[in-house]
Design a protein around this ligand. Structure first.
Ligand code: SAM
Length: 292
């Protein structure tokens, strides 16, 4: 390697290190605030700005099979939801007044949650995301929104939260049978190569878990810009005995479909690039008597 080449490589490395140090310092400054504000029931007077996404960037893919040392409850009964939804914790009874009903699986930067929040003011919505820094960004975004809207009785973002988790491993640890009414799978990682298909978030085995946590009549929403992945998801859902596809007419009249189409960060990117989007929605069928 020539001297000039080595020097420019060194310089590039130095710049990369400097940028990472800057990002880390920004996230650390938010960390203290996050820990203080995440669990407060009564809002403070601070009015934090919305976090800046560029300080939370992380590799696009995370291996769902690796051991991420994730925290998860032994069972749904042992999960402490009061930290995520402090406004829904009754200090007298020491119980939650509501439970999560809507889940955004692989929520990314949280756009869908934030747009769904005012549409479902009496329901709790949860984003589950495997990447640490992306989860932290959503946490900081929600804290900022809660503070900015603290004087509003409704639409104050107290009904949305996020947790770091691997939806392919621990869903039944968080949700009891028939708890959810809606599950969203928006622009899931496509895992293009054949040998990686097993890492896709819709598989036969996982669908049985989703059917377990969904109520009868509950909905699975899927959207992607990868036609092959769309066909894969449709095929697996159609083959599964607990799901039935909803019609295009149904999709047209459902408000969540249009929110899902327009509000996720990945979906906005696809729109900007004039790409195509494929949607499929499925209803969770009643459990046959002999399986109860
Ligand atoms: C392509 S992004 C889409 C993000 C978001 N849904 C959107 O539409 O903007 C897929 C997201 O799913 C997350 N993810 C992948 N596998 C996951 C898993 N097993 N559990 C939770 N999140 C996962 C990734 O980290 C990533 O943020």
């Amino acid at each position: 390697m020539g001297k000039i080449e080595a020097k420019s490589k060194e310089e590039k490395l130095r710049q990369q290190k400097e940028a990472e140090a800057k990002r880390r310092a920004y996230r650390d400054s938010k960390k203290e605030l996050r820990q203080m504000q995440k669990e407060v029931k009564f809002d403070s007077d601070d009015n934090p700005e919305l976090p800046k996404k560029r300080f939370y960037r992380q590799r696009a893919h995370s291996n769902p099979f690796s051991d991420h040392r994730l925290e998860y409850p032994r069972s749904p009964e042992t999960m402490d939801w009061s930290k995520l939804y402090p406004h829904y914790f009754d200090l007298e009874t020491k119980k939650m007044t509501s439970e999560v009903e809507i889940a955004d699986i692989g929520c990314g930067y949280g756009g869908l949650l934030i747009n769904l929040a005012p549409e479902f003011p009496d329901k709790l919505l949860l984003g589950m995301e495997i990447r640490v820094q992306v989860t932290q960004y959503v946490e900081d975004r929600i804290i900022a929104l809660r503070n900015q809207h603290k004087n509003e009785v409704q639409n104050n973002y107290q009904n949305i939260s996020v947790l770091r988790g691997n939806a392919m491993k621990f869903l039944p640890n968080f949700f009891h049978k028939a708890q959810l009414s809606k599950m969203f799978f928006c622009f899931p990682d496509p895992h293009f190569k054949q040998r990686k298909h097993k890492a896709r978030i819709i598989t036969n085995t996982l669908l049985s878990e989703y059917a377990y946590v969904l109520k009868e009549g509950g909905i699975i929403y899927t959207i992607t810009d990868v036609e092959d992945l769309h066909n894969w998801m449709v095929k697996h859902l159609e083959e599964h005995p607990m799901f039935e596809r909803l019609s295009k007419e149904w999709e047209k009249q459902d408000k969540c479909v249009s929110i899902m189409w327009n509000s996720t960060e990945e979906g906005k990117k696809v729109t900007r690039n004039k790409g195509s989007k494929w949607v499929a929605c499925f209803k969770r069928l009643p459990t046959p008597d002999d399986c109860e």
